[in-house]
Design a protein around this ligand. Structure first.
Ligand SMILES: C[S@@+](CC[C@H](N)C(=O)[O-])C[C@H]1O[C@@H](n2cnc3c(N)ncnc32)[C@H](O)[C@@H]1O
Length: 208
């Protein structure tokens, strides 16, 4: 299904405009409150978003999961590309960000959850899913508490379906340590046009 068809079918979708709270301000507040959990002071750029999502097969995507959506810098572009009958589950440890997404994005394909990415299996199961087609991570892997990165890498590899991928962007290449042990094939990219420049990984689960 193409984008315009999806838009027509999902006429009820609305992103609040007039009274929208500034995403940049919300993000800064989140950073000031939990600097190590948020990990960055500036949301991702459009170039980074396009490069990261450019490898997704949207026609084959029924469940897309996003870890660490923050104020929705990737969430909105994911919804723009997602089919009308697909679902996006976002998982963020910060309840302020979850509340912000719920308040700002009115789209019945979006399920915004407060929780840890390490619990992805439980979280998607609670919404009737066993596998995800793609999982996107904006997590600050280099500042996560000890053991959390490994737990997230392992849980993610159990959830991504064969042929699907774990998409990871980060300002350091540290995330690689947490995906290499769990995924068969890892492709790497780099985007200068982001503050700061970011490393991208597409970690694929090969078809059996
Ligand atoms: C660098 S921000 C990413 C923001 C946004 N995705 C972007 O691209 O601009 C990292 C986010 O990860 C969240 N986070 C940190 N640890 C987490 C965990 N274990 N599970 C889920 N979210 C987590 C933070 O609350 C924050 O919203």
């Amino acid at each position: 299904m193409n984008l315009s068809t999806a838009r027509t079918l999902k006429g009820q979708r609305r992103i609040a405009g007039k009274h929208r709270r500034s995403p940049k301000l919300q993000f800064l507040k989140g950073f000031l409150k939990h600097p190590r959990m948020v990990g960055s002071i500036i949301p991702s750029s459009g170039w980074l978003i396009d490069k990261m999502l450019g490898r997704v097969d949207w026609t084959a995507t029924k469940l897309f999961v996003e870890y660490g959506p923050g104020v929705g810098t990737f969430t909105r572009p994911v919804l723009d590309r997602l089919s009308a009958d697909a679902t996006l589950i976002t998982i963020d440890t910060n309840p302020d960000f979850t509340a912000y997404l719920k308040g700002e994005i009115d789209d019945d394909r979006l399920i915004a959850v407060t929780g840890s990415a390490a619990d992805v299996e439980k979280i998607i199961a609670a919404h009737g899913f066993e596998k995800a087609d793609y999982i996107l991570s904006g997590l600050p892997f280099s500042t996560l508490p000890a053991g959390v990165g490994e737990a997230i890498g392992a849980a993610t590899s159990r959830v991504v379906r064969p042929g699907g991928a774990f998409l990871v962007y980060q300002i350091t290449a540290k995330a690689r340590d947490f995906i290499v042990p769990f995924f068969e094939r890892i492709e790497r990219g780099f985007e200068w046009r982001n503050i700061p420049p970011a490393t991208l990984f597409w970690a694929w689960r090969d078809e059996k």
